[in-house]
Design a protein around this ligand. Structure first.
Ligand code: NAD
Ligand code: USQ
Length: 388
């Protein structure tokens, strides 16, 4: 299959690119390298030493014999180029990772709030509009987020995979309707993902574009069977206060004897998935497209849920790190329950990597190995959700 990976130089996109290439797909990355640029602006770098994209691609070619294409393009801005490329390549599937993905970065300043909305909403809309414009028959697989549902909204009821059946009382009796699960974003970033959902619903209905939206939890872990083949293929690992996600930050903190930075009481429950499972889920999603005219197919791409304090306890047990409870810089519920339905991927054959399987490997092979690259001044989470 001819597959495009929008955002294929990023944390999820790079291992997905390699995985699909290793499976024999003809893969091309479309990326504007904005994530690398943001690192320069924030004066941070990945814990792991990521190679320039041209070196990554050359290394993969020499190891696997497979060529991966690359187009430098801003999906949110270069619409005509996107249409031209679609007409030339005619990809069978397009995996869309190309968005600004950090919630703290999206809440940092008016500039980063507006950038996140401009970038994410325009990237998604340009893609959908360009597919219609070019007449290309393709399947869009988008990386959305569990955060579109919000946390704690439905108490202990399981979160369904995208849609909710509701019953309305009308003068003519009860009406049953299936609706998109109500959106309840917790940051400007998460808000853009809820807007993406509406665009998908519209273009699937109006233009019969085939769309799969993957509501992914927090991705942890670094390596996949392909990125581990050579250090020049290594995946990125963000640890700084804006881009580092919670478990990766705890592992990095433990490696240098820093206390584990739990926000608030640590009662926030979140959903998680290992990067190895992310790439497998995307392969499964590509293999099982919806039909033209179907509503977007939504999967919850998660394998486990944990409270933040449970994660801190686990890492502390493994590494003897201390835990500190900090005032929460975010505006989020102090405690929430989270039960998530994920039967669709399990029934398609996903065999999850659990925290018990992978945590030690992360401590040993990533956090310990690269700890000398950590800049302690970049660890604190300084972005506040509001002035209060
Ligand atoms: P990332 O920032 O590492 O990668 C995103 C990539 O997209 C980067 O290479 C960046 O340069 C590129 N990009 C951004 N805007 C672009 C544009 N306008 N044109 C071209 N390229 C552009 O992020 P990630 O962690 O790999 O996340 C990928 C996707 O998965 C995001 O949409 C994110 O919302 C979603 N997601 C990530 C996680 C996670 O824990 N990392 C969890 C759930 C969902
Ligand atoms: N947290 C801490 N200490 C830290 C960092 C985070 O306690 O040092 C807490 C946060 O306050 C939050 C939780 O951990 O309650 C998760 O934060 P996070 O930064 O790990 O994840 P989040 O901001 O939700 O965003 C990440 C990705 C995003 C993706 C999302 C999936 O950056 O792209 O969409 O996970 S989800 O959370 O399921 O919506």
């Amino acid at each position: 299959m001819k597959v495009w990976i929008l955002g294929g130089d990023g944390f999820c996109g790079w291992p997905t690119t390699l995985h699909l290439s290793s499976k024999g797909h003809d893969v091309t990355i479309l990326d504007n390298l904005s994530r690398r640029q943001i690192d320069i602006l924030l004066e941070v770098q990945s814990l792991t030493p990521i190679a320039p994209l041209s070196v990554r691609l050359k290394t993969w070619k020499s190891i696997s014999g497979k060529k991966i294409g690359f187009e430098l393009i801003n999906i949110a801005d270069e619409y005509d180029k996107l249409v031209d490329l679609l007409k030339i390549h005619k990809p069978d599937a397009i995996v869309h990772f190309a968005e600004q993905r950090s919630a703290p970065y999206s809440m940092k300043t008016p500039v980063t709030k507006r950038y996140t909305v401009d970038n994410n909403v325009n990237a998604t809309h340009n893609l959908l509009c360009a597919i219609v414009d070019s007449g290309v028959n393709t399947h869009v697989v988008h990386l959305g987020t569990m955060g579109v549902y919000g946390y704690g909204w439905s108490g202990s009821a399981p979160i369904p995979e995208g849609y909710l059946t509701v019953t309305l009382d009308t003068p003519d009796g009860q009406l049953e309707r299936e609706i998109l699960h109500p959106a309840n974003p917790g940051s400007v970033y998460h808000m853009t993902k809820t807007l993406d959902q509406l665009m998908f619903a519209f273009y699937a209905k109006n233009d019969h574009i085939r769309i799969t939206d993957l509501h992914q939890g927090i991705v942890w872990g670094t390596q996949t069977p392909e990125t581990i083949l050579d250090e020049k293929l290594i995946n990125r690992f963000d640890y700084d206060g804006d881009y580092g996600t919670v478990l990766n930050r705890f592992l990095m903190e433990a490696a240098i004897g820093h206390s584990l930075t739990v926000h608030g009481s640590g009662g926030q429950t979140r959903a998680f998935i290992h990067i190895r499972d992310t790439v497998r889920c995307i392969e499964l999603a590509i293999k099982h497209p919806p039909q033209p005219g179907d509503k977007p197919r939504i999967f919850n791409q998660v394998t486990e849920t944990f409270k933040v304090k449970q994660l801190a306890d686990l890492v502390a047990q493994l590494t003897k790190a201390k835990i500190c409870y900090l005032a929460n810089p975010r505006n989020e519920a102090a405690e929430n329950e989270l039960i998530v339905e994920n039967n669709q991927f399990l029934s398609l054959g996903l065999d999850p990597t659990t925290l018990n399987d992978g945590l030690l490997e992360e401590v040993r092979d990533i956090a310990e190995r690269y700890k000398d690259r950590i800049d302690r001044s970049k660890i604190a989470a300084k972005t506040l959700w509001n002035k209060k």
